[in-house]
Design a protein around this ligand. Structure first.
Ligand SMILES: C[S@@+](CC[C@H](N)C(=O)[O-])C[C@H]1O[C@@H](n2cnc3c(N)ncnc32)[C@H](O)[C@@H]1O
Length: 366
């Protein structure tokens, strides 16, 4: 079957995540905000919940909008009730196909409501609230939405958790989920976040069903925040059978407390330096970069000891976008010398346009 994935704000990252979660998927077409793949039948609800970077999944019906499939689904889905439906246009000017279909449905005696919005595409919020069947129209595809991202679930985990630390910054849960998926970890493997902060990555791992989690952080507050958040999530989602521990520990000293080759995967967003106002001069940025290079290199030297052979690391590496210039740390060659191989192509960026510090999601293998 052919499936359309409508991608979130960081499309390259979303595409890489889909390929990691569905390794058998054969890419048919891809654009700025979509990916079309061929795959054996998937459970749309299960896969949308698994993915952090996909907004909608749809089944491809053809290349151009057609009345037939819409009228067909209206007669099977409405079952005497009103058929709520809408169209989402991607890279396309919205057309009046919805009104035409509404007219045809009326002729056939099917009551319907056409759901519209100010944006060319219906959001997952509208689709969920209006309980409507969404159809997807792009320049090269026509499809029928089979699942949309559960926005309530994310906002409950993002804003509903009891402990947060705005100062050190929290990774959005969707980004944490994408990082976990990119690592392709098995549920029974041991995952470590050595800069766990308030525990976003550990929480998403718990929600995804991972069973063995370790979090460490230099800050005592981060440790107690993580514990509070993980206890909360365990109750909220009624999670059973997962083992997790969180301890105060300097990432530069991991091997003093952890056994050699005991960890399968490290997934983390380390310290990103002080938040930037935007008026910092180059001197300051260079100083931050030098400090962070030392922290990251020393941490990787520790990762080398505690990771199992072939163990993977998915790590946020910051890059600074200031005064029209991009500043990056100089790590790749030094990490290669330490014995790590970089697996990503350097294009997995998680950012908002107004942010000065972008997160480059990097993947490494020991
Ligand atoms: C950007 S925050 C991580 C936020 C986390 N991903 C979350 O969503 O809550 C970076 C964390 O690194 C911690 N940290 C800084 N230096 C450290 C070190 N040497 N060893 C361990 N943790 C450190 C800070 O205390 C902070 O909690």
């Amino acid at each position: 079957m052919k499936y359309i994935f409508i991608l979130g704000n960081n499309p390259e990252l979303s595409k890489a995540e889909i390929v990691a979660v569905l390794p058998q998927a054969k890419t048919i077409d891809s654009g700025k905000n979509f990916l079309i793949v061929e795959h054996a039948k998937i459970d749309c609800d299960k896969i949308i919940n698994r993915l952090g970077g996909t907004i909608k999944i749809g089944i491809v019906l053809g290349k151009n909008p057609e009345f037939g499939p819409v009228l067909g689904s209206a007669s099977t889905m409405s079952e005497g009730k009103r058929f709520n439906f809408g169209f989402s246009f991607y890279g396309q000017k919205p057309s009046n196909i919805g009104m035409q279909i509404k007219g045809k449905l009326k002729e056939q005696g099917i009551a319907s409501r056409l759901v519209t919005s100010r944006e060319p595409a219906l959001s997952s919020v509208i689709i969920t609230k209006e309980k409507c069947q969404d159809f997807l129209v792009g320049s090269s595809f026509f499809g029928m939405t089979c699942a949309v991202q559960d926005f309530k679930d994310y906002s409950r985990r993002d804003f509903g958790r009891p402990a947060s630390d705005a100062l050190s910054g929290m990774l959005p849960p969707k980004a944490a989920k994408m990082m976990l998926n990119l690592a392709q970890v098995e549920a029974d493997q041991i995952v470590l976040d050595p800069f766990c902060g308030s525990g976003t990555i550990l929480a998403e791992a718990l929600a995804l069903g991972y069973k063995h989690l370790i979090g460490t952080d230099l800050s005592k507050k981060a440790v107690s925040d993580s514990i509070e958040n993980l206890e909360w999530l365990t109750k909220e989602l009624k999670i059973k059978g997962a083992e997790w521990e969180v301890e105060q520990l300097d990432a530069k000293k991991l091997s003093e407390k952890m056994n050699e080759t005991s960890i399968d995967t490290i997934i983390s967003e380390p310290y990103l330096g002080k938040p930037m106002k935007g008026n910092e001069n180059e001197e300051i940025v260079k100083k931050i970069i030098a400090e962070l290079e030392e922290l990251y290199l020393e941490s990787f030297a520790q990762f080398k000891k505690i990771l199992k052979p072939e163990g993977k690391i998915v790590l946020v590496i910051p890059e600074w976008h200031l005064h029209g210039k991009t500043h990056r740390m100089n790590l790749d060659l030094r990490l290669n010398k330490l014995g790590f191989k970089r697996l990503d192509a350097g294009n997995l960026i998680y950012k908002r346009e107004d942010q000065k510090v972008w997160r480059n999601i990097t993947i490494w293998k020991k």
